[in-house]
Write a protein that binds this ligand. Sequence first.
Ligand SMILES: Cc1cc2nc3c(=O)[nH]c(=O)nc-3n(C[C@H](O)[C@H](O)[C@H](O)COP(=O)(O)O)c2cc1C
Length: 187
Amino acid sequence: MKMKQLLSLLTDAAGFPSFAAAGKKGNGVLVAYFTWSPAQNTKQMAEQIAAATGGDLFRIEPEEAYPADYRKTVQIVKDEMQGNIRPKLKSTMTQEELDRYDTVFVGFPVWCYDAPMVVYSFLEPLDLSGKTVVPFATSGGGEMNDRNLRAKIPATFKDSLCIAGYSPGESSSRKITEWLSALGFSL
Ligand SMILES: Cc1cc2nc3c(=O)[nH]c(=O)nc-3n(C[C@H](O)[C@H](O)[C@H](O)COP(=O)(O)O)c2cc1C
């Protein structure tokens, strides 16, 4: 018997994950999201996706929180977009941590027709090549424009889902479930 097979048998017998699975977290699904409004729409959508897929949640947060005042936040967001600014994050993931996942759901509220700049702050320093990235969003009524995201992040992208006027409940749950099934997740 080869050494690798022997080790594999021993680790399996001891209840440890086999070498093939070592290092992978959960089922290899990460649900990273940013949310801002008091309703926390995107957070709720992220939690539903994590519950349905068995994925791990990671909240993207700027080091300096956006003001609670809507108008002030809109102005800051416009300035960030015009200046192509990447706000500093409160915390992020290391490449090693990210590499425990094969599929990365990335969620955000649509801000000025794009993803908030903090989402780019999170994704750009990481190497997502070889991973599947699935964007999702909530919006006030507009569609998701993830062209920028797809152009800037080298990865294999799957069809995104944007729920306009998100509210928790049956209608949103059904949209999420149908979308995940179409992506091939067995729920
Ligand atoms: C700065 C800012 C910009 C926004 N821009 C858009 C937009 O371009 N299109 C749209 O439909 N909704 C827009 N919205 C509304 C949010 O996308 C929507 O309320 C979202 O569900 C909020 O999600 P959250 O609770 O996770 O923050 C904007 C909201 C803010 C605060």
